[in-house]
Design a protein around this ligand. Structure first.
Ligand SMILES: [Zn+2]
Length: 391
């Protein structure tokens, strides 16, 4: 049963390591989750399971057939076709190879012709000068060259890899850049904190560009992200009747200060969708949670954060929430998610989502009949001013 009261230790990886776990990673931290997945894949390969070895295209096709079978709306089909078309356009530009044929040379040529727009590289140069005015030209050059190869690598792999494989690949890119900084002469005078900031810089610029490409890293094709976004949004609308008393949080809505903090927290959470990089989205989550902590009154305990955050999520009903959380989980530098303030708040947000998905009458300490009665109500009746905007 999902519970409102969580212990600090419940936030940690279920493998018993010191990192934060995450429902998205089946309760493991990113590191243990990846190791778990590798073991699983090996086992599947060893047992000769066909689904595990199907090429991605086949998998996608059967995913799609399943989807269509299971009562999909017309709208959904249309959305799917649209994103397939976009994806098709993209793949005709970046296509690597599928069945080697006489087209391969011309596609090869086209992928060589593909260039990251100059404006992107120029923007990066300016941002570097502003953020790292004391670092050498060589560091600047290395960082930009790395972002360039990072982007090209993801584009090349996106069509032939599952999203989990792509996520692992991106994580290895971050590690590769860290190793480069630790071994290259160019970085010998750069301290550890600045190296961290350089990793963030690389992440920001590579992922911001990739985020703009349809269905590559954000709601990637072949995933359920878009369907889950709609399911989550509908679920939140259905729960619009849930108030602070059900969640047992100490909010005083008559207090203008309190209302202002709630409004700020909601704005930050809504802003998560418009930030392009994982770091930018995490910054929104962090600012949101700081307001939520202030909302609980000082000194706020960890116990108070989760119920108040759930309340904030329910009132905000943020657009594309599942896609945003999955994007951060997959493509943010995993080190940052497993520790520190941002990792802690993000883990709480994931717990809030998991609570909302699974909550029952019991988890709200409510009478079952009363709960069912509320849930049977059309969402518009129980709706608050914040919902009903995205449909
Ligand atoms: Zn772990």
């Amino acid at each position: 049963m999902p519970s409102l009261r969580i212990d600090q230790s419940d936030l940690k990886c279920k493998n018993g390591c010191e990192y934060f776990g995450n429902p998205q990673w089946q309760g493991y931290c990113s590191k243990c989750h990846r190791e778990q997945m590798i073991r699983q894949r090996r086992a599947e390969k060893a047992s000769g399971s066909t689904t595990a070895t199907l090429p991605k295209k086949e998998q996608k096709k059967s995913d799609r057939a399943n989807k269509l079978n299971s009562s999909f709306s017309k709208f959904e089909e249309k959305r799917l076709r649209q994103s397939e078309t976009l994806k098709l356009k993209l793949s005709s530009v970046f296509k690597k190879s599928s069945t080697a044929d006489d087209h391969s040379q011309s596609t090869e040529k086209r992928s060589q012709e593909f260039k990251i727009p100059n404006a992107v590289m120029e923007g990066m140069k300016r941002d570097f000068r502003t953020r790292f005015p004391t670092l050498t030209h060589q560091v600047d050059h290395d960082a930009r060259a790395f972002v360039h190869s990072f982007i090209m690598d993801v584009i090349k792999c996106a069509n032939i890899m599952t999203v989990d494989e792509l996520s692992e690949r991106v994580q290895r890119q971050y590690q590769r850049f860290m190793k480069h900084m630790d071994s290259s002469q160019h970085f010998q005078d750069v301290d550890a904190d600045t190296k961290e900031m350089l990793i963030d810089f690389v992440e920001k610029h590579a992922m911001t560009y990739l985020h703009e490409l349809p269905s590559v890293v954000f709601s990637p094709s072949g995933t359920e992200d878009e369907r889950l976004d709609r399911a989550m949004s509908e679920r939140i609308q259905q729960l619009a009747w849930v108030g602070e008393r059900h969640l047992d949080c100490k909010l005083d809505r008559a207090d203008p200060e309190c209302r202002l903090l709630l409004y700020k927290a909601i704005s930050e959470l809504l802003g998560m969708d418009s930030a392009a990089s994982p770091g930018g989205k995490l910054a929104r989550v962090r600012r949101c949670c700081r307001h939520v902590v202030a909302l609980c009154g000082a000194p706020a305990s960890a116990d108070d954060l989760l119920p108040a955050l759930i309340f904030t999520v329910l009132k905000a009903n943020p657009p594309r929430l599942v896609s945003n959380v999955n994007y951060v989980t997959r493509f943010s530098n995993a080190q940052r998610l497993m520790t520190g303030e941002a990792g802690y708040y993000f883990t709480n947000l994931c717990c809030a989502l998991s609570f909302i998905e699974n909550l029952t009458a019991e988890s709200l300490s409510m009478d079952k009949k009363e709960f069912d009665c509320y849930m049977a109500m059309p969402a518009s009746i129980g709706g608050s001013a914040w919902v009903r905007r995205v449909t």
